[in-house]
Design a protein around this ligand. Structure first.
Ligand code: SF4
Length: 392
């Protein structure tokens, strides 16, 4: 059996971002191509998945984020309506065209009807894979919520153990939690740089760095982040005349890279919700005691917010305003993926609230399959100029 070793990177940022971009387009590796210590891969759909559970049984978690704007749909349309969002359709296409055949399983979540039905399509078409829905609680405010999540995590852990043929124990899981806690610390630092010195790290670059975790083990991602953060801190870059904005709407289907680049050309994105599931737990998970309970309790008590979680303690308006205030943003780019019901619902509530509190905002819709960005670039330029003119 051959195992893949990561490339030796020198610390040059261009080289690091190029490597991250190659990972973005990389296929799911076959079992004999996996890094040492892993026996297989498990796919998971956005938003949140407790990767530590998979990591501790030797399954490399692969966040499956659709096919981007290069994939041609040939089979998926026979399985779902044309009104379903792109990420669901292109993920199905990748399953049907064999791109995901090496996965040992695929886990999705009841975040919306489309994602819920994806699990059924998976189970019917790929019976050899573990096709699962991880049921997160509808009401995270109930006193039994953490206990319920812990039971769900335990069920998933047992199924993954069976599929991997590897028995996990609390010691192994605690070790995985430590690796991911380090990752959380590094990602917090990356977002701190975005807030404090946005000229040193663009939204596109930070996104590529974050997204690299969807294809490599967390330990390797930690080393990559350490190398990149040292180089970013030492970067010689001066502030430019650009408005500070928050970007929202990237929690599930991913905007094309060209769209993020167009935003970077005109604004400093000082906070965002891109791939929020990979950094869902915002603080360290306790490293002592029952590790499953620690993860479940952190899911409820130390977690971020998104349009697919309905927690009374995090109103949609308030969590956006918290992002704006914490990052000292002067405006918001409010996006939603085409046909994304939760995203479009939130977009209406956010726009209304931002009007009410007089925070300038630009509403945009995207689709992973988009390939023309001229009009959007013009809208962004006009928006940025209007902000600079108002503040002059
Ligand atoms: S993009 Fe929106 S509609 Fe599509 S799966 Fe994600 S949350 Fe559901």
């Amino acid at each position: 059996m051959t195992t893949a070793s990561p490339p030796v990177l020198s610390g040059d940022l261009d080289e690091i971002f190029e490597y991250c971009n190659s990972l973005r387009q990389a296929p799911v590796p076959a079992d004999d191509q996996l890094p040492a210590g892993f026996v297989g891969t498990i796919g998971h759909f956005p938003v949140y998945f407790p990767e530590e559970l998979a990591h501790s049984v030797g399954l490399l978690p692969m966040n499956i984020l659709g096919g981007g704007n290069k994939l041609e749909l040939k089979h998926a349309d026979a399985h779902m309506g044309s009104f379903i969002c792109s990420i669901c359709r292109s993920t199905t296409e990748m399953g049907l065209n064999g791109s995901l055949s090496t996965l040992k399983g695929f886990v999705t979540h009841p975040i919306c009807d489309a994602a819920k039905h994806l699990a059924g399509i998976w189970a019917r078409n790929f019976p050899d894979q573990l096709g699962q829905i991880l049921y997160t609680p509808q009401n995270p405010n109930s006193p039994g919520a953490a206990r319920y999540v812990a039971a769900e995590f335990q069920r998933l852990r047992a199924d993954m153990e069976k599929q991997a043929g590897v028995k996990s124990d609390d010691e192994r899981l605690a070790a995985s939690i430590r690796v991911y806690n380090e990752n959380r610390r590094l990602l917090r630092e990356m977002y701190r740089i975005r807030r404090d010195e946005p000229w040193k790290l663009s939204c596109t670059e930070s996104y590529l760095l974050l997204r690299a975790r969807t294809r490599i083990p967390c330990e390797e991602h930690n080393k990559l982040l350490e190398l990149a953060l040292a180089a970013i801190k030492a970067r010689k870059a001066s502030p430019q005349d650009k408005p500070r904005v928050v970007f929202v709407g990237g929690f599930c289907e991913q905007p094309p890279l060209e769209m993020l680049e167009a935003i970077d050309d005109n604004c400093y994105v000082v906070d965002d919700d891109l791939l929020v599931g990979l950094r869902w737990i915002v603080d360290d998970v306790p490293e002592t005691g029952d590790p499953v309970w620690a993860l479940a309790e952190s899911f409820i008590e130390r977690s971020d917010a998104s349009p697919v979680q309905h927690d009374e303690r995090k109103s949609k308006e308030q969590y956006l305003m918290d992002m704006v205030e914490k990052s000292k943003a002067e405006a918001v780019i409010v996006t939603a993926a085409k046909f994304c019901e939760p995203g479009l619902d939130e977009q209406v509530a956010w726009s209304k609230h931002l009007d009410h509190v007089h925070v300038p905002h630009l509403v945009l819709e995207f689709e992973e399959k988009m390939n023309s960005f001229e009009q959007m670039a013009m809208q962004l330029e006009t928006f940025a100029e209007s902000l600079l003119f108002t503040n002059a």
